[in-house]
Design a binder for this molecule. Structure first.
Ligand SMILES: C[S@@+](CC[C@H](N)C(=O)[O-])C[C@H]1O[C@@H](n2cnc3c(N)ncnc32)[C@H](O)[C@@H]1O
Length: 327
């Protein structure tokens, strides 16, 4: 891949619904990201969740002539990021797809990444926009796909998933104590009419919980469905080792998670990669790789300081972890 390929590939991006980066999403832990990545000249970085381009801008501004590969599975986000980053157009290349698509890129294969970043979950725009169907506000058609160009939406998920699947989604991703009862209620309701809107899902939840609902009750269940619809856990599990493999020696991988399940996956991956021996304890002689692949840089996750949470409520649950590939 030659440098002439750097810049926007606008033809693949929808032009409607454009808006500016700041109203799209307020990036969290920006200074902390730069502290870990330390962007340098002529280096190649990956932002695997470019969203509205806020973090990407931080990286590009921090170095004179570094390059950034900007990935997102949401075509609408890529369109916004392209506009937001137009003043860096010779240094950014956009790719539509899941995080791991970056590890299949020819240039990334040839020269390796000098740093990579994942800011997991959804953007404020996705959450706040009725047309995307993530919200529990009234009268919204359920969709919840980050990539609107493919896959099954939330309506289809609620229509097709078995009672057992629904129970584990609500229990594991929503930490809902009455997960089984909610799953049963959904299965009962969909026999007479499909769950199509936010109101349908909220009504099922109200019956299952047997009381009036707080915004947190609804948020947990809508989040659980979103994680399932987008296969977020599976995608992260696949992407972490794929991205690790294309990091150059000494390069840093930084991940921000907003959910304990995702944070645990990141923590465990970084811990395993930092061990020199991964043989089962019963094996007397080491038969594995016998060396650590790198080092975890964050004993505990980095959390936003109270000032940041005050101005950006969505920062509250953010946890940043970083890992450096061995030199
Ligand atoms: C929290 S937002 C990122 C915001 C971004 N850092 C910014 O400054 O605007 C998460 C973004 O990641 C994207 N995303 C989530 N999971 C993804 C995946 N598996 N592959 C690619 N993009 C993903 C979402 O579509 C969303 O745009």
């Amino acid at each position: 891949m030659s440098e002439s390929n750097w810049g926007p590939s606008a033809s693949r991006m929808p032009q409607e619904n454009r808006q500016d980066s700041a109203s799209f999403h307020e990036p969290v832990l920006r200074t902390e990201l730069l502290d870990f990545l330390q962007p340098g000249p002529k280096q190649l970085y990956l932002d695997a969740t470019v969203g509205g381009g806020g973090h990407a801008r931080q990286i590009l501004e921090a170095c004179d002539d570094c390059l950034l590969l900007a990935v997102d599975r949401d075509p609408e986000a890529l369109s916004v990021a392209e506009t937001a980053l137009s003043d860096f157009k010779d240094r950014v290349r956009f790719l539509h797809g899941r995080f791991e698509i970056a590890s299949e890129d020819i240039e990334v294969h040839d020269r390796g990444l000098d740093g990579a970043f994942l800011d997991l979950g959804v953007s404020s725009y996705q959450l706040d926009s009725d047309s995307r169907g993530f919200t529990f506000r009234r009268g919204v058609a359920l969709d919840m796909r980050m990539d609107t160009s493919q896959g099954h939406d939330a309506r289809r998920f609620l229509a097709d998933a078995s009672e057992t699947q629904l129970t584990s989604v609500f229990r594991d991703f929503g930490e809902e104590p009455k997960a089984r009862r909610l799953a049963r209620e959904i299965v009962k309701r969909r026999m007479t009419s499909p769950l199509e809107t936010s109101d349908d899902l909220v009504a099922a939840l109200r019956v299952a919980l047997g009381r009036s609902l707080s915004p947190q009750d609804k948020a947990r269940i809508f989040q659980a469905v979103r994680i399932a619809v987008n296969e977020e856990v599976e995608s992260l599990q696949m992407a972490l080792p794929a991205i690790r493999e294309v990091l150059n020696d000494g390069a840093v991988l930084v991940v921000i998670a907003y959910h304990s399940i995702e944070d645990r996956i990141v923590k465990n991956a970084f811990r395993d990669w930092s061990k020199s021996c991964i043989c089962p304890p019963k094996i007397p002689l080491c038969t594995c790789r016998g060396r650590a692949l790198g080092k975890t840089l964050t004993k505990r996750p980095v959390r936003p300081h109270p000032g940041e949470v005050e101005t950006n409520g969505r920062a509250r649950s953010a946890r940043m972890r970083a890992w450096r590939r061995a030199a």
